[in-house]
Design a protein around this ligand. Structure first.
Ligand SMILES: [Mn+2]
Length: 312
């Protein structure tokens, strides 16, 4: 409140920029990588636009009255360095080691993509950096697509497969995973089938619409139960009327208010981190997709901050 919101270097939520994870409880991280897209690139520009749009957010939540910045230490940890951006395998190792260091420092990360392929190395890094014997997290995955497809055109690293990869690697618990908002035609049902065969709860948009948000919240809580949970929000879960700036839009999606209500219903879960991915600003000259994304990041930040404040 000491400077106008439009001034200064743009960081996520106008938080201080930190060069190391020490003395940070929640680290806001950009992952400007979209080498995993199967069609339209552009999410590499997500973090910059999300930082800019996030200067619109304020501190105290209007429903919960939570001020996440008063509950814990929140900082912008910058972008994951990408010195090997044209080498998929090396990029995944770079992302993985960055998050391993965050987990070792006890930081709960809230990341901004980038395409959805980044979620696999994030989960792998968090698991590698957690104490031996830590349970892999269940996943609350909000998306138009299950992202559980196998190799695509010669590569297993792509944005349609992070939860396939994470299941195979044992860095998430598919039986404590729920995928919400699924829709859109596919050329093969392999991803839908993989999710169900591995015990994930797949909720297509028609069921979401029929149940209503409060019943969906109850179902999420039933599926993830007790134990660590990670929240992954693909902006294409929303209807493109609200968020056109994304690589693989699917009409007939979730509204912004439904998404906000849903997230507010998840208070008290044992969140270890979260991400907001697939904001591709070149497809949205209005800039609204970045504003929507930044606002949803604020909602997720409030969940992480409450969890952080409750931690021993
Ligand atoms: Mn996705």
């Amino acid at each position: 409140m000491t400077a106008p919101r439009y001034t200064g270097i743009a960081t996520f939520m106008r938080t201080p920029l930190a060069s190391s994870p020490g003395n940070v409880d929640i680290g806001l991280v950009g992952v400007p990588y979209d080498g995993g897209v199967t069609n339209r690139a552009g999410a590499r520009h997500g973090p910059r636009e999300l930082r800019n749009a996030s200067s619109m957010t304020r501190t105290i939540h209007h429903v919960t009255r939570i001020n996440p910045y008063a509950l814990c230490r929140v900082a912008d940890l910058g972008d994951v360095p990408l010195p090997h951006v044209y080498d998929h395998t090396a990029v995944y190792e770079d992302i993985c080691s960055f998050y391993q260091a965050l987990a070792q420092a006890g930081v709960r990360p809230l990341s901004a993509g980038g395409d959805h392929s980044i979620t696999f190395p994030i989960l792998a890094g968090l698991h590698a950096g957690s104490p031996r014997g830590t349970r892999p997290p269940g996943i609350i995955h909000i998306d138009a697509h299950t992202d559980t497809w196998g190799p695509f055109m010669g590569s297993k690293f792509h944005h349609g497969g992070p939860f396939h990869q994470a299941t195979e690697a044992g860095v998430m618990d598919p039986r404590r995973t729920i995928q919400i908002g699924i829709r859109g035609a596919q050329n093969t049902p392999a991803g839908w089938d993989y999710s169900r065969a591995h015990g994930m709860r797949v909720m297509f948009i028609e069921e979401f619409d029929e149940l209503g948000v409060q019943a969906v919240i109850a179902e999420i809580r039933r599926v993830v139960g007790e134990g660590p949970v990670y929240l992954s929000f693909d902006i294409d879960a929303l209807d493109p009327a609200y968020a056109p700036g994304t690589g693989t839009p699917e009409v007939g999606g979730i509204s912004t208010l439904q998404a906000q209500t849903l997230l507010r219903g998840l208070r008290g879960l044992d969140f270890i981190g979260g991400d907001l991915v697939e904001v591709a600003p070149p497809f949205d000259p209005s800039g609204n997709t970045a504003l929507v994304g930044a606002t949803l990041m604020y909602e997720i930040l409030c969940l992480l901050a409450e969890r952080c404040a409750a931690a021993p």
